[in-house]
Design a protein around this ligand. Structure first.
Ligand code: 5GP
Ligand code: MN
Ligand code: MN
Length: 298
């Protein structure tokens, strides 16, 4: 996997991303970018991606304007606590959206999607393993992710859209209370990032990397240092889409990768931030026609 690419080491300040970023930022470019105008139509040689995140069960009735585009990307936290009724509601909402493909990852709030979560953690959020099991059984489903019939659901996995390679990962640093898809900063999380293939064009993660779209209201950087290093030194995607830190919504760049914090909800869980779009060149040998043949479900 590491052929020719730099091996990522755990940063000495991994547990203190603000301190790490103070040191890292002086060695690199960091610019705030304007949001592309969704009024300008996409050209036939490009795929338009529309990004949202952290909708927390609020977008469905929000009336939020969804701009036209080819592919929807959602970077996790589509529910408040992964209740199966929330997942049903969100899946129906996706079904009504006009995008040809909808790519989705989970976030720390989407608890029932995390099959490794313990009974006690589920119970601490008012969820019961037995109830989930009987719900699935009554519908002939084997897992909660099978409920997401209107999405391409990525869990440490890739999808190719018209030759453009996307990779999705739900993991975020453990913070406060144990939630879904969380590991400790450092070696534990790095194991997830080590799985990202080097030919990824668009990376979708729930957590931001350190230094981009990761400032909390208290002005602390809380993004993952190893994710930043993986993005900048090994994978080098053109776009990195994420959410999680709601108050850091917006677009930044390091001169190569464009970083999009697409959090739809504000810090107070109000779904008022507009979707952020970008256009990606269709690689040679591929065409937009392929979108029509893509299976809706992965
Ligand atoms: P969520 O609970 O939806 O995952 O995150 C909501 C908010 O919790 C974020 O906008 C941010 O203010 C805060 N938050 C989430 N993760 C962290 C973290 O690792 N550190 C800190 N300080 N705040 C976080
Ligand atoms: Mn969130
Ligand atoms: Mn989150």
């Amino acid at each position: 996997m590491m052929s020719g690419a730099e091996e990522i080491k755990v940063d000495k300040d991994t547990a203190n991303p603000s301190k790490a970023w103070e040191r890292i930022r002086i060695q690199q470019q960091h610019t705030r970018c304007p949001h592309p105008d969704p009024i300008i139509p996409v050209t036939p040689d490009k795929i338009r991606f529309v990004c949202i995140s952290d909708t927390h069960g609020k977008i469905e009735r929000s009336g939020l304007c969804m701009p036209p585009g080819d592919v929807l990307l959602h970077a996790g936290d589509f529910t408040m606590r992964g209740q199966l009724t929330e997942i049903e509601k969100f899946n129906s909402y996706l079904g009504f959206l006009p995008y040809k493909v909808k790519v989705l990852i989970a976030g720390n709030h989407d608890l029932t999607l995390d099959e490794e979560l313990s009974d006690s953690t589920l119970r601490s959020f008012g969820l019961q393993h037995s109830e989930i099991e009987s719900y699935l059984k009554s519908r002939g489903l084997k897992s909660v992710k099978e409920m997401l019939t209107n999405a391409v659901y990525l869990l440490d996995s890739s999808v190719s859209i018209c030759g453009i390679k996307l990779y999705g990962s739900p993991w975020s640093p453990k913070h406060f209370k144990r939630m879904a898809f969380q590991w400790r900063r450092g070696q534990e999380l790095k194991k997830c990032w080590d799985k990202i293939p080097e030919d990824t064009d668009i990376l979708v993660s729930h957590t931001p990397p350190c230094g981009h779209g990761d400032l909390t209201g208290g002005n602390n950087n809380v993004g993952c240092v190893e994710l930043l290093n993986t993005v900048q030194k090994r994978v080098k995607p053109k776009y990195h889409v994420f959410g999680h830190i709601h108050e850091s919504y917006g677009v930044t760049s390091d001169g190569f990768t464009t970083f999009i914090n697409a959090s739809t909800c504000t810090r107070r869980y109000k779904p008022t931030n507009s979707p952020i779009m970008f256009d990606f060149d269709i690689p040679e040998g591929h065409s937009k026609e392929e979108l029509l043949h893509m299976e809706k479900n992965s």
